[in-house]
Design a protein around this ligand. Structure first.
Ligand code: ATP
Ligand code: MG
Length: 470
């Protein structure tokens, strides 16, 4: 039995996908069960919209869960267990200020509360804390104040947060910390193999101590490395400021590794899953390049998506004696994917960059159509018709006719250079797409021949594209 425990405080990113995929795949592999648990014990962060958004994103990833619940459903049970710890003198109420607590932890020195506010006295105070919203004490584990492991220096188990909770409203104001809630929930919900990221390793001792003192079953806790990607913020903490400062358009900005950003950019869930499984389950910390995701995605898209012509930075080409043609051009080497029909006359558009590279007298091929010899190069190109037959080793260039649609393709780059926001992380490619592109449904990914894969989106102002990768 495994679980994925997101905090409903933001949109999921590819790091969460890694955790969720490992959790769910592990359960499938051993014919087990997989639980989705919302770790919503900090009302300051939890927002109602995120519960549904996270589920929606998990479904998009193709993840299915056998059961679902909220840690906030179980607070009465947590309170009972807290009482047990206080009664056993394994936890105490502490009224010291955060500074004093920090100092004490730093020097490994305990405070007077440790001896005073436990047992029956502690229980009385605990009951007061549960009823009074003004008593901002905390409940601490009687750990080991002189432990080498600073996490063991009487960690906080409960604290008062009076912010209204999106699900329980004002019913509770004493909330368990991650240390307490995480350990208790894994145990009482029957999870046998909880996985978490390596940064919690120091807290493992706290996890087992709490369960041991409560005589609760200890699951087989395992750790894997956090996913980090060069130049990308794979962390809610890093993504949030970018949105708040208006540096990105929102949680679905195509430069972000959020599942929504990736989807919008044309990364498919199958590729994310394959990428995660390829990385495997390891504790070795590494920073990978996003190109690894791209290469899996490319392999997935290449045989499946339709190919069209898009001409970036177009220059006009006028072909002398051009035969008028009606051509059917296949949308993919796999003929079952259909074709489109294009009528041609004497005016075309080709990429300026290609045109600039060619010399007078040179012959090139309008891809899928016929050959053209260049006879003049000014603000426009003039050419002459040079036959239909394929000539070996001539450049084959994509084109559009006068019947085209103007299209802007946004090209995401790395959002960070080192630790700094890269203001040039979103480039624009302006050009003409062939008319058939107007009929492609919003959200579909296509391949623009010789340019790359692009995810199309119909916006109020018209069609735009997001560059997926080459
Ligand atoms: P963030 O820094 O993005 O807020 P978090 O760990 O606080 O991350 P949670 O919602 O608490 O986010 O995490 C749910 C699960 O996802 C946890 O098990 C966590 O370890 C895992 N997770 C979060 N980020 C990553 C990542 N970059 N790589 C792998 N797993 C991750
Ligand atoms: Mg968190």
């Amino acid at each position: 039995m495994t679980r994925f425990p997101p905090e409903p405080n933001g949109y999921l990113h590819i790091g969460h996908a890694k955790a969720a995929i490992i959790d769910s795949e592990y359960a499938r592999l051993y014919d087990g069960k997989f639980i989705l648990r919302f770790d919503d014990t900090n009302p300051e962060n939890a927002l109602l919209e995120f519960y549904d958004a996270q589920k929606e994103d998990l479904r998009w990833l193709g993840i299915e869960w056998d059961a679902e619940y909220h840690t906030s459903d179980n607070l009465p049970r947590h309170y009972k267990l807290a009482e047990q710890l206080i009664g056993q003198q394994d936890a105490y109420l502490c009224k010291c200020s955060p500074e004093v607590i920090r100092e004490g932890r730093f020097h490994g020195k305990s405070c007077a509360c440790r001896e005073q506010f436990t047992g029956p006295v502690g229980l009385d105070l605990w009951k007061q804390m549960l009823t009074s919203r003004d008593m901002t004490w905390i409940l601490r584990l009687r750990g080991e104040m002189n432990s080498e492991n600073t996490a063991m220096r009487d960690p906080t188990l409960f604290r008062v947060i009076t912010t209204r909770h999106p699900l329980t409203g004002d019913t509770y104001h004493v909330w368990p910390t991650y240390d307490f809630a995480g350990a208790v929930e894994d145990s009482i919900s029957g999870v046998t193999h909880p996985f978490r990221t390596k940064e919690y390793e120091l807290r493992d001792q706290v996890y087992f101590r709490i369960l041991n003192l409560l005589k609760l079953r200890a699951p087989h806790l395992m750790e894997f490395s956090r996913l980090s990607i060069n130049g990308m913020p794979v962390s809610k903490r890093k993504i949030k400021p970018l949105i708040e400062q208006g540096l990105v358009s929102g949680y679905d900005d195509v430069r972000l590794p959020t599942l929504r950003g990736l989807k919008r950019r044309g990364i498919v869930p199958e590729a994310i899953k394959q990428f995660v499984l390829q990385q495997g389950f390891s504790k070795v910390e590494s920073v990978v390049d996003f190109s690894l995701v791209e290469s899996v995605n490319r392999k997935y898209l290449d045989p499946r998506v339709k190919r069209y012509y898009f001409v970036p930075d177009p220059i006009q080409l006028v072909v002398k004696d051009a035969p008028q043609k009606t051509v059917k051009i296949a949308l993919h080497p796999d003929a079952t994917m259909g074709e489109r029909t294009i009528h041609t006359a004497s005016i075309f558009f080709i990429p300026r960059q290609d045109a600039m590279k060619m010399n007078l007298g040179e012959v090139f091929r309008l891809k899928g159509l016929y050959n053209v010899k260049i006879i003049k190069k000014n603000e426009t190109i003039q050419g002459s018709y040079s036959g239909d037959a394929l000539i070996a080793e001539t450049a084959k260039i994509q084109w559009t006719t006068e019947e085209h649609i103007p299209l802007t393709v946004f090209v995401p780059g790395l959002i960070f250079t080192g630790e700094n926001f890269n203001p040039e992380s979103l480039q624009e490619l302006h050009g003409y797409a062939e008319k058939a592109v107007a009929e492609v449904p919003s959200g579909d990914i296509v391949q623009f021949e010789r340019v790359g894969f692009v995810c199309l989106e119909k916006q109020k102002t018209g069609l735009v594209g997001f560059f997926t990768h080459k």
